[in-house]
Design a protein around this ligand. Structure first.
Ligand code: SF4
Length: 132
């Protein structure tokens, strides 16, 4: 049978997502979840993905991102994605001015064994999809 059948089985990606706190009133993360489900955007070509956490940066200037990245790693994340609200400014048209520094600090905290993704999905309007 394809895919994992229990939590003990291996996933090829254990994913934690850090998002922008400012955008939470406008976006519950649906497009991220859809992008993961459809293996598009930053997840194209990935096989099995286990989402271990989805958390915001803690607010400007993103100081809690490091602490929260640590908790994602403690939950087993081997990949941390900065959601597109941070790098691309979706959906409010305001890319995070602290993104570069936040990424550097998170990578330092998480270590080189943790892969960092700089976005989740493409910018722009919602794509057509077969799954609602
Ligand atoms: S630090 Fe960046 S990601 Fe966090 S709330 Fe501010 S603009 Fe959003």
């Amino acid at each position: 049978m394809a895919g994992p059948t229990s939590f003990e089985e291996e996933y090829n990606m254990k994913l934690g997502i850090i998002r922008c706190m400012q955008t939470e009133d406008y976006c519950p993360g649906s497009r991220d979840f859809r992008t993961i489900r459809e293996r598009k955007g930053a997840f194209e070509g990935e096989d099995d993905i286990q989402l271990v956490g989805f958390i915001n940066c803690g607010g400007c200037p993103g100081k809690k991102a490091v602490l929260r990245a640590r908790s994602l790693v403690e939950q087993g994340a081997d990949t941390i994605a900065f959601a597109s609200c941070i790098s691309k400014g979706t959906p409010i048209g305001y890319p995070c001015p602290f993104a570069k520094r936040m990424r550097e600090l998170v990578q330092k905290e998480a270590g080189d064994s943790v892969r960092i993704l700089d976005y989740t999905h493409d910018a722009g309007p919602e794509p057509e999809t077969s799954q609602k």
